[in-house]
Write a new protein. Structure first.
Length: 546
């Protein structure tokens, strides 16, 4: 895998852990099952049961799988006296995939993950390869395609030397809806994906399927009853402040949309009464960015959109308690941003936030992004354009940034591409000179869809956590990495882990926003189905090096 950074488990969760499965799997006679090309099912070899008992995963060897599409080959690769059966998937022919069925996952599993073990006969140093997995539960009384999910392509470095064995995580969380049902899976190489640059074959040795258990249960901040959405969460000393907007639908300009806040003094277990932050007549108002000033007061960017049409206006509000708010700035900006994101501190500069401007047309190339910065604690702001004339696929939006130290800034941007390829992976933006110059690169974070990132950096551990909501799949995910590792290599982000699940309604859930308090990360998001959505939070342990 591209990184081996460890993090503490999610609170109360055994997410991605296999050790607790040893007893359950050892006690069960169920093993991997193969669907042959004739359509008949046969039990896998006894070794499949043994390997499941050893590490808690269900294993499909090359001999346990068969052709699904194209013309992959089941061959024997050997070196000396070591002979290894593999499925050889071409690096030049698209549409090659293999298929199998697994059973025997514990009845209390709420999800599963899929790992691929592979190799190559060629030196792949400096090259990338892309795979994806197709998944479906085979539920009694339902069509076998009824639970089908097409996972996003996953890009990873190719084997660094001939015959090196690599492990790729193709999916970290697929939701189980029918406990005990067999799971069909199809593994496909994607040589047509822009990230797959290795032209030589890859040999699939084994597919591992592992269970995922009890995830966190979210806490309701604002229950459904109207379209409560796009929340921001910020810690002010020992108090949490959650800000959200409410309207009648997924519409930023509706006159009925206003901004509200609630506070919590017990870490988010309970929340106080709702207060109004802003409700300007003839405007739709939405919170778009938050942060702290140098004195520890909360700053909040609000976007005002005229309900009759016209340019966006960004107002900066300030509060020392999360209940009383005052407008402190309305900067004149050109180009007019779609929105300004979270505020963070940069030494020698002051306060900084990212902005992006343009429209969401796939044919327009007038899109841009940059930063705003303030040297007087938010009273006045200077706008800097970093890139302009961008297409939709090259446009980083809703960027979250953190200052790492020594002039280095790391940021992750959402992408608006709907392509079913790695072209929709999140962007990484980096600066080594306090934000004077920037580099934009694509990451390997592809299990997303219009997913707004939220970063939390811990200077004590040098770990950065990237939280994002996988829209359509209904999964709030986390990736944790050593900041210096991903700063130098945006393709080195480790596989994601599931934190909590929510609505799968594409636009009616998402927009995670994170803050740190007392060694924990608190995450706000919204979830529901139009016209009723709720604002929720969940709390997880901050990652550590242990």
């Amino acid at each position: 895998m591209t990184s081996a950074t460890e993090s503490t488990p999610i609170k109360k969760s055994r997410a991605l852990s296999r050790r607790s499965l040893l007893g359950a799997v050892a006690a069960s006679p169920a093993a991997a099952v193969l669907l042959g090309s004739s359509g008949t099912a046969a039990a896998a070899a006894g070794a499949g049961v043994t390997s499941a008992a050893l590490d808690g995963a269900v294993h499909l060897s090359a001999n346990d799988m068969t052709i699904a599409t194209g013309t992959p080959s089941l061959v024997m690769w050997n070196q000396g006296s070591t002979h290894l059966p593999v499925w050889s998937l071409s690096g030049g022919t698209a549409g090659q995939s293999i298929v199998g069925v697994v059973a025997g996952l514990p009845a209390d599993a709420v999800g599963l993950g899929v790992e691929l073990i592979a190799t190559s006969l060629n030196n792949g140093s400096g090259f990338e390869t892309a795979f994806r997995v197709h998944l479906a539960e085979l539920v009694d009384g339902a069509p076998f395609e009824s639970t089908y999910v097409l996972a996003t392509p996953v890009t990873n470095p190719a084997p660094g030397a001939a015959r090196d064995v690599v492990t790729y995580t193709l999916e970290s969380f697929y939701t189980i809806t029918q406990p005990g049902a067999p799971v069909w899976l199809r593994v496909q190489r994607e040589p047509g994906d822009p990230a797959d640059t290795l032209t030589s074959p890859m040999g699939v040795i084994e597919v591992r399927v592992f269970p995922v258990f009890d995830l966190e249960a979210p806490v309701v901040v604002q229950p459904a009853g109207g379209y409560n959405s796009w929340p921001m969460i910020q810690a002010i000393q020992n108090k949490l402040v959650c800000v959200y907007s409410r309207g009648i639908g997924h519409n930023i300009s509706e006159d009925s949309r206003a901004v509200y806040a609630r506070t919590s003094t017990d870490g988010g277990s309970t929340w106080g009464a709702e207060t109004v932050v802003a409700n300007t007549p003839l405007y739709g108002e939405v919170e778009v960015g938050k942060g702290l000033d140098n004195g520890g007061a909360m700053l909040l960017w609000l976007r005002r959109v005229p309900s009759s049409g016209g340019a966006n206006i960004h107002d900066l509000y300030r509060s020392t308690d999360g209940g009383t708010w005052s407008k402190m700035a309305t900067p004149t900006l050109n180009p007019t941003p779609v929105q300004i994101s979270d505020i963070f501190h940069v030494p020698t500069v002051g306060l900084m936030a990212f902005w992006f401007a343009g429209n969401y047309s796939s044919t327009d190339t007038s899109k841009s992004w940059g930063i705003v910065k303030s040297a007087d604690d938010g009273l006045t702001w200077t706008q800097v354009t970093v890139e302009s004339g961008l297409s939709l696929n090259d446009w980083p939006t809703e960027v979250s940034g953190v200052y790492l130290g020594s002039g280095k800034i790391l940021a992750i941007g959402r992408t608006e591409s709907a392509a079913a390829t790695t072209a929709r992976a999140q962007y990484q933006l980096t600066s080594s000179d306090y934000g004077a110059t920037w580099t934009r690169q694509r990451t390997n974070i592809g299990d997303i869809r219009a997913s707004t990132p939220s970063l939390v950096f811990d200077a004590a551990t040098s770990l950065v956590a990237n939280y994002y909501y996988h829209r359509g799949a209904g999964i709030l995910r986390r990736r944790v990495a050593t900041a210096s590792t991903v700063f130098a290599n945006p393709l080195a982000w480790p596989a994601s882990e599931a934190v909590v699940t929510g609505s799968r309604s594409m636009w009616d859930a998402g927009n995670v926003n994170a803050t740190e308090i007392a060694g924990s990360h608190v995450l706000a998001f919204y979830s529901g189905v139009d016209p009723d959505t709720a604002v929720l939070i969940t709390t997880v342990n901050a990652p550590t090096n242990t």
